[in-house]
Design a protein around this ligand. Structure first.
Ligand code: PEP
Length: 250
């Protein structure tokens, strides 16, 4: 089954609204591919202005996180319906920086994922092991428990809306990248797990992105692996030139 590739740029805690709109414009005007999805993931303040500026472009917009309640006395939080109304189509769930600095657990990932689906957003669930976990042979066990926790109780129909991002923590923002073989092997493991938890059809249609220091120089090798369906890019998505270079290499 052919899966449509996706290149997603996670802008994290970077860029003013003006800078974000300007970068989005540069990406949209330099985009020369229509055979893959391009997604930009600005900070919350810039999300709606970026989405409005991209309204006549194929570039999609996503949120970096969401809270599981739709509204109420939850100071500082942003809900799925708010993201959707602002123009988001996708939302990250369980990025390793959320797990590391903001107490994200498998249970809260599950709640966020369910809230995203309920709001009509497509969740991108991020999973991946730390360096210690890889070196002690726990990669598959860690990824398995992250998948099992966040996807608990999901139907095959709901899973069809979910994208997975395999992001080894040791490769995020460090300049270290998983080798092509390491990435392909981890993606194959994830696809196999989805096949046994759901079914083969779901497994073969689920997009699995690789993330961890992807740049234009290493993108082609990673993105041409058979199990790798695209990339979630952090640092290299903050310049139109490098992000478009990755898109061209896909
Ligand atoms: C990320 O934030 O998801 C990421 C992969 O970052 P970087 O590309 O900078 O490693």
């Amino acid at each position: 089954m052919s899966r449509r590739p996706m290149i997603a740029g996670n802008w994290k805690l970077n860029l003013t609204v003006e800078e974000a709109v300007s970068l989005a414009g540069e990406i949209a005007s330099g985009l020369m591919r229509d055979d893959l999805d391009v997604l930009v993931i600005p900070g919350f303040l810039a999300l709606e202005p970026v989405a409005l500026s991209l309204s006549s472009s194929p570039v999609l917009v996503g949120g970096q996180n969401l809270f599981w309640q739709e509204q109420g006395a939850y100071t500082g939080e942003v809900s799925g319906p708010q993201l959707k109304a602002a123009g988001a189509r996708y939302v990250l769930v369980g990025h390793s920086e959320r797990r590391q600095y903001f107490g994200e657990t498998e249970k809260t990932c599950r709640l966020r994922l369910e809230a995203a689906l309920k709001a009509g957003l497509r969740p991108i669930l991020c999973v991946g092991e730390t360096r210690d976990e890889r070196e002690s042979g726990q990669t598959e066990g860690v990824v398995e428990s992250q998948l099992a926790g966040a996807l608990a109780g999901l139907s095959a129909g709901e899973m069809a809306e979910v994208t997975i991002a395999y992001e080894p923590v040791w490769a995020i923002g460090t300049g270290l990248t998983a080798s092509e073989e390491q990435a392909n092997q981890a993606h194959a493991y994830i696809r196999g797990w989805i096949g046994s938890r759901f079914d083969k059809l779901v497994a073969n249609s689920t997009g699995i992105l690789y993330g961890g220091s992807v740049k234009s120089a290493n993108a082609a090798g990673l993105l041409h692996q058979p199990e790798v369906d695209g990339a979630l890019v952090g640092g290299a998505s903050l310049s139109a030139e490098s992000f478009l270079g990755i898109i061209q290499a896909a």
